[in-house]
Each structure stands twice: as C-alpha cells, then as structure tokens.
Design a protein around this ligand. Structure first.
Ligand code: ATP
Ligand code: MG
Length: 256
C-alpha cells in the first residue's frame, strides 16, 4: 500500500511546493516509486518538475471531473525520476465545477485507487487554501505533512489547519493523521525562529520533524531549471535537508 502524503498549509509561500518536489526527488533517489500530484492551479510543482504547464492539456483537472484517468494522464518527470500528475490554471475552475458533482470531496481518492499499487509514495502538493481542492487532497491522503515557517503568525494559521484535519478525519477520512510538521526556511540566527521552533516542539512533540530545512538559495533557484535542488545541486544545504527528511520519513524515529 502506498503512503499517501498531502503537503498542506493554507498559508501561502511556506514551502509546500519546494517540499513536495524535493521530497519526491529524494524518495526517488532512494529507489522509491513516487507519484507527485500537483493540486494547485498555480502549477508550480509541474514547472518545478521540468514540465511545461502551458503545453499540458490533460491534467489533474480532467481526473477530478471524471474526464480522464490518472493512468492515462500522469507523465514522467525526467529530471526528478518520478511520475507527475500535472496541473495548470484550468484547475482553478474545478473549485466551482466540483460543487455539484457527487462525492465532491472524495474524487481524487477514488481516482487514485486504480494506480496506488504502482507506487511506494504518493505526494500531493496542495494549494494555499482550505478549499475543496485541499479537502480532496486530505481525503485522499493518510498523512498530512505541514511545512511552516517559524514566524509569529505561523502558529495562528496552524490551528485552522489542525481544525480542518480533525473535521476531515471525523467526517470523511478516519485514516488521516498528521504525519509531521516541517520547519522550512529556517534561520538559526533569528531569535524568533528559535522561539517559534521551540514552541512547536513543546506543543507537537515528536510530530515535529527533526530535519530543519534552512533558508537556502539553491532551493529557490532550482525550479527555474525545471529540477529539484536535490537533482540540480545535491551537495547544497537545502538539498541535503530534503534528503535527510526522506530518510526520516522512510525510517520514522521511535519516540525517545
Ligand atoms: P504557495 O502557497 O504559493 O503554493 P508554497 O507554500 O508552495 O507557496 P514554495 O513555492 O515552495 O511555497 O516557496 C515559496 C518561495 O520560497 C519560492 O520562491 C521558493 O523558491 C522559496 N523557498 C522555499 N523554500 C525555501 C528555502 N528553504 N530557502 C529559500 N527559499 C525557499
Ligand atoms: Mg505551492
């Protein structure tokens, strides 16, 4: 059974896509079979995987609306060595079109059942909202990975997200668990970063990944080459952090 992980945080720009793309590539480096699903109309995970989103006519949009199957729409990210279910702006329309369809929250989950056996990991890059798209991601997943920046407002947003996860678990997907909180763009010299980071550990204990992703320019540059930083500059600090995260996810540490 594949591990299906939704990478979610309704706050924008916290590193969801960077995490999705680099974790997908890191797991592929470990020989895992990975499907990355771009569930964001921005299509950043698609571009970051080296795929031209504008030239892609069949995407996760068709899958959600029942106009195509994952098996016929997924493509290979040549740079990342994983499969990609791409997205582009067309997906923005799905939000409205899904509302009247049956099983509107569970359509991604239903569509995945036919391909799940092909993979060890399915990663879902969610958009920055708690919309029906994100709900589809959370219903399809068994774990939610929450990237967050260690800044003051991060904690406020977190309670909304945790509330949504609890509601999804109660009503739609009892199997859903918080897989972990990932500290991104971490700056160890910043006192507030350290404080928020310590608070997170206090509240969430071993749900906080030990791996800290530092602020690293290679992570920001790599998408313009259509590659994960893990592929483009594996020695960089950012890439090394995501490789370490993959190790942590592959061999979850037992609580000390
Ligand atoms: P959105 O909510 O818009 O989907 P997101 O949560 O997916 O955003 P990213 O796109 O991954 O966030 O990151 C936001 C910006 O920060 C991007 O320009 C990305 O390249 C950059 N970035 C992400 N992580 C890091 C990092 N650790 N160090 C430096 N830059 C980073
Ligand atoms: Mg994103």
């Amino acid at each position: 059974m594949a591990r299906i992980i939704a990478v979610a945080n309704q706050k924008g720009g916290v590193g969801k896509t960077t995490t999705s793309v680099n974790l997908a590539a890191s797991l592929a480096v470990s020989g895992k079979r990975v499907l990355l699903i771009d569930l964001d109309p921005q299509g950043n995970a698609t571009t970051g995987s080296g795929v031209d989103k504008k030239a892609t006519s069949r995407t996760v949009y068709q899958v959600l609306l029942g106009l195509g199957e994952v098996g016929g729409i997924r493509i290979v990210s040549e740079s990342g060595k994983y499969d990609l279910l791409p997205a582009n702006r067309e997906l923005a329309g799905a939000e409205v079109e899904l509302v009247d369809l049956p099983n509107r929250e569970g359509r991604l989950k239903a569509a995945l059942s036919s391909v799940e056996a092909d993979y060890d990991f399915v990663l879902i890059d969610c958009p920055p909202s708690l919309s029906l798209l994100t709900i589809n991601g959370l219903v399809a997943a068994r774990e939610v990975l929450i990237p967050m920046q260690c800044e003051y407002y991060a904690l406020e947003g977190l309670s909304d997200l945790v509330g949504t996860v609890k509601r999804v678990r109660a009503n739609l997907n009892p199997a859903l668990e918080i897989g972990g909180l990932l500290r991104t763009m971490y700056d160890p010299r910043n006192t507030l970063s350290q404080q928020v980071s310590a608070q997170l550990e206090q509240h969430f204990g071993n749900k906080v990944f030990k791996t800290l992703v530092p602020r690293n320019v290679r992570l920001a540059e790599a998408p313009s080459y259509g590659m994960a930083a893990v592929v483009w500059d594996r020695a960089s600090k950012g890439a090394q952090a995501y490789l370490a995260l993959a190790e942590e996810i592959l061999a979850p540490a037992t609580a000390a």
